[in-house]
Write a protein that binds this ligand. Structure first.
Ligand SMILES: Cc1cc2nc3c(=O)[nH]c(=O)nc-3n(C[C@H](O)[C@H](O)[C@H](O)COP(=O)(O)O)c2cc1C
Length: 181
């Protein structure tokens, strides 16, 4: 199993960190410049500590990276968290950073793409951009946890969203108690 994880500059960096901790197999990571600035303030981790969770790390300006090409194979790509600026780029097909190029390729190749947008409230522009992506088969996994598993902590709420991402990628986990279990 090989996954691509992109962390963009929205609040909720912890979603990307937990995904990297939970994903099995090989992990390729790209962190946007704004996300690099947010990492220490939100997580108390350094960028290097987050990067150490991946097997391969690319710079967001490196358009020569393997994941820029449709011929490079992987199972699933995640953008978590996903800023609305990135959502807008993805919806318009702008591919001028490694993250936006990899997403554009992922969509054109019909690969599995799960994004975790984090913004509230959402403008009509944001909603239309997300709808456009959903119509292309992108899974819009809003950073919007369910309360039915009875979360007791922020970690439980983060695990819910990360667990739902893993569900959609067909990866077994026990991050939260599913309805009926
Ligand atoms: C501390 C901080 C928190 C932010 N939180 C969000 C957010 O939750 N959602 C969002 O869409 N943008 C947020 N932004 C704005 C984005 O970082 C900004 O639009 C940036 O251009 C996104 O670029 P990127 O997607 O390439 O990282 C935040 C910015 C900062 C500095």
């Amino acid at each position: 199993m090989r996954s691509v994880v992109a962390i963009s500059g929205a609040s909720g960096i912890i979603y990307g960190v937990r995904l990297l901790q939970e994903l099995p197999g090989e992990k390729i990571l790209v962190i946007s410049e704004t996300a690099k600035a947010i990492i220490p303030t939100e997580t108390g981790m350094t960028v290097e500590q987050v990067e150490a969770l991946a097997d391969k790390v690319y710079c967001d300006t490196d358009l020569f990276a393997s994941i820029s090409s449709g011929s490079y194979d992987y199972d699933c790509m995640f953008v978590a968290p996903c800023s609305e600026s990135s959502v807008a780029k993805f919806a318009c097909g702008i591919a001028d950073t490694l993250i936006s190029r990899a997403v554009s390729v992922c969509i054109k190749e019909g690969r599995k793409l799960i994004i975790v947008p984090r913004e509230t409230p959402k403008s009509a522009i944001m909603l239309e951009n997300e709808l456009k992506l959903a119509r292309c088969g992108v899974v819009i996994m809003d950073a919007n946890p369910g309360f039915y598993p009875g979360p007791k902590s922020v970690e439980d709420m983060v695990n819910f969203i990360v667990g739902r991402c893993l569900d959609r990628a067909c990866i077994q986990h026990s991050l939260f108690k599913k309805w009926g279990e």
